[in-house]
Design a binder for this molecule. Structure first.
Ligand SMILES: [Zn+2]
Length: 216
């Protein structure tokens, strides 16, 4: 691994691949921020900031957050001082418009793609539980709450969201295959794509992620 050189990493993977968890580990290991638009939006909504109110209005009216909003947010985020030695994007870019914006703002050093079969996605997400209050996510097998059905952070009830049921998962997998996967091709041409087998434990996958980063 090169010392003193920024790591600008994107994590890709279908729903249930565990990329959020691996992004957190990369962030801690490399000492660089983990940047997830979803997390930023959820926190902004919980804190009721101007961004949060704007995003809540969009989502409550049944729309997706427009790419321009996400792109602006990401550009402002990576200009902050804690991003000088790099950062880990998780959940960005998701489509061509976001990918084009990314190319204009920075050059990735690594695109990590965590692969798991569809059946595994369905199984893993089916066990996901989300805090009804603060949005913290848990998993019955991989990341259980200390008390069953209760959030460790805020003590509120955990829910099994409709989004985490099979029909909704299949819909999101379709979107991943059609909108996000083609982006990986653009990074393959630059030789920065590392395909990682996402099966096994979080620690198994983490070893593969570290190997991919160290192999430079
Ligand atoms: Zn909570």
């Amino acid at each position: 691994m090169k010392e003193g050189v920024p790591h600008i990493i994107c994590l890709f993977g279908p729903q249930g691949s565990g990329k959020g968890t691996q992004a957190e580990r990369l962030s801690a290991w490399l000492g660089i921020p983990h940047i997830s638009p979803g997390n930023i939006f959820r926190k902004a909504m919980a804190d009721e900031t101007d961004l949060g109110k704007q995003v809540a209005d969009i989502i409550n009216s049944g729309h997706l957050v427009p790419d321009e909003v996400t792109n602006t947010l990401m550009r402002e985020r990576i200009e902050q001082e804690d991003c000088l030695m790099g950062f880990v994007f998780d959940g960005y870019p998701r489509n061509t418009a976001q990918n084009d914006a990314l190319h204009a703002m920075t050059q990735l050093t690594h695109a990590l793609v965590i692969d798991i079969p569809e059946e595994e996605s369905l199984h893993r997400i089916g066990e996901r539980r989300v805090c009804s209050q603060c949005g913290m996510t848990y998993h019955l097998t991989f990341k259980p709450s200390k008390v069953t059905g209760v959030c460790d952070v805020c003590g509120s009830a955990l829910t099994h969201r409709d989004d985490d049921k099979p029909d909704a998962i299949r819909k999101r997998l379709d979107i991943y295959h059609t909108s996000t996967e083609p982006l990986i091709t653009s990074f393959e041409q630059r030789g920065i794509v590392h395909r990682i087998n996402g099966m096994g434990s979080i620690d198994d996958v983490w070893k593969r992620v570290q190997e991919a980063i160290q192999k430079e």
